[in-house]
Design a protein around this ligand. Structure first.
Ligand code: ARG
Length: 462
């Protein structure tokens, strides 16, 4: 009555509306390459186990390769009636090589098959992201020499706080993206296990060799429990978390640069190739790429949420709900990957508006903390030094001048032991240069970090 591979027990054909409702080929065709690789490894193992002959294995492999080429070249006919990528490939194989093709699904279920395909796909996606993150880090490190002598106001509460070198700023982003890389690499370890051979949920009574398929597909080992293997999507949730945090880092950078490129800040000149205009206001040059990077973060976080909610109510083992696991992963990956690919050239091509930044450095008493620390070195207790500098800042505010411009008499009124040499620690440049702690914005510290980054980027060409 029905020509579905699972149709033996059915007396009635599938309602067309159900076919349209249950299909996944519209999105899981993205797993085609992985599905074919998995099937080839499976066929080889079946031959090793004596479940098919060497000649049958050869015919299957050849047929699968041809189907793979057809799909890659866009010549393959996808049909909703064939439901998903697994049935498409198997069906096409049977059409091509006849009854031998009917042996491929031996000791296999779509449940372990889809879990395997998806893991293979996520593994490739992780590798692509590791490379994109490297490119972005390279762009930031590439700026460090260019901006070496540039000092920026550093902020807390978005209020001017202390001066920092631009290179220190750029390397802060490198650290964040490095943690993203580490998280992805760690996630990859749990992705890289092979569910194939777990069959529907209980394993199989046929003499399969799960180590062989795992090895052939480059997995570290087979998964340990068949029930867990077909139901586990932790790897997908973890991957989405990794993507979400990358997106959050990108968004946070984008927000900063949107702000810095406003007339109000005027710190940055974005490359015009990365901006767009307004259809009504002729003067506008808008930072749309940065805004969309910030905006698309919402989709990625949404995808993580979607996955967690999808999984929370599922009993063991496979449930069809799990078919819904792929769209959020594909979408989040595409989103983050394209954001990273745009972020790298944007970072490389943006210019700092040095005169505007320098003018700003003189306002906001960015050297007040350095002056306080200078007093501490003179033996003044921290709390007293803090209060004294607070009074000096107030005096400078009243005169509408910088700390360095205060007459010596004012300094001495507050701290009698001070002399003219106090001016040697004032000014944003001095504030940066007087830093000494590990990880600070001190030039020697930043230089060492830049060198370490260059070495790391050089030695790890992912
Ligand atoms: N298209 C399905 C999915 O993505 C494949 C597994 C279907 N398994 C089943 N027993 N219906 O989850």
């Amino acid at each position: 009555m029905t020509d579905k591979p699972w149709g033996g027990v059915f007396r009635e054909a599938t309602d067309r509306r159900v076919e349209l409702f249950t299909e996944s080929i519209s999105f899981d065709r993205r797993l085609a390459e992985q599905d074919i690789a998995g099937s080839k490894a499976h066929a080889r193992m079946l031959a090793e186990a004596g479940l098919i002959t060497a000649d049958e294995c050869r015919q299957i492999t050849q047929g699968l390769d041809e189907i793979g080429r057809e799909i890659a070249e866009g010549r393959f006919p996808f049909r909703v009636e064939w439901e998903d990528i697994h049935m498409h490939v198997e069906r096409a194989l049977i059409d091509r090589i006849g009854d031998v093709g009917r042996k491929l699904h031996t000791a296999r279920s779509r449940n372990d098959q889809v879990a395997t395909d998806f893991r293979l796909w996520v593994r490739d996606a992780i590798d692509a992201l590791l490379a994109s993150l490297r490119r972005l880090q390279t762009a930031f490190v590439g700026r460090c020499d260019r901006d070496w002598d540039c000092i920026l106001p550093g902020y807390t509460h978005l209020q001017r706080a202390q001066p920092v070198s631009a290179a220190h700023y750029w390397l802060a982003y490198c650290e964040k993206f490095e943690r993203d890389r580490e998280r992805l690499s760690d996630c990859r370890k749990r992705v890289n296990l092979c569910p194939l051979g777990s069959a529907a949920l209980a394993g199989t009574s046929l003499p399969v060799d799960r180590d062989s398929t795992a090895r052939a597909l480059g997995f570290a080992a087979p998964t340990a429990n068949s029930l867990d293997s077909v139901s586990d999507r932790d790897f997908a949730a973890e991957f989405l978390f990794c993507l979400s945090l990358i997106a959050v880092h990108l968004s946070h950078w984008a927000e900063e640069w949107i702000l810095w490129s406003t007339c109000e800040f005027n710190f940055l000149r974005l490359p015009q190739g990365f901006c767009t205009g307004s259809s009504i206001m002729p003067q506008k040059i808008n930072p749309d790429v940065l805004e969309l990077i910030r905006g698309r973060t919402a989709r990625v976080i949404g995808s993580l949420q979607q996955m967690l909610v999808l999984l929370k109510g599922l009993p063991l083992a496979y449930n069809r709900d799990l078919q819904e696991d792929k769209p959020p992963v594909f979408d989040a990956f595409d989103t983050v990957h394209s954001c990273l690919e745009l972020a790298a050239p944007l970072v490389a091509q943006t210019e700092i508006n040095r005169p505007a930044v320098e003018e700003r450095l003189d306002r906001g008493y960015l050297d007040a903390t350095t002056l306080m620390e200078y007093l501490i070195l003179q033996g003044v207790p921290q709390r007293s030094a803090h209060e004294a500098v607070g009074r000096l800042v107030r005096a400078a505010m009243d005169r509408n001048c910088r700390l360095i411009d205060l007459p010596l008499a004012v300094f001495q009124e507050v701290v009698p032991s001070l002399d003219e040499s106090v001016r040697e620690v004032l000014g944003p440049d001095k504030a940066v240069r007087r830093m000494r702690s590990f990880g600070s914005t001190a030039p020697e510290q930043v230089r060492r970090q830049i060198d370490a980054w260059k070495q790391r980027l050089e030695s790890d060409r992912t």
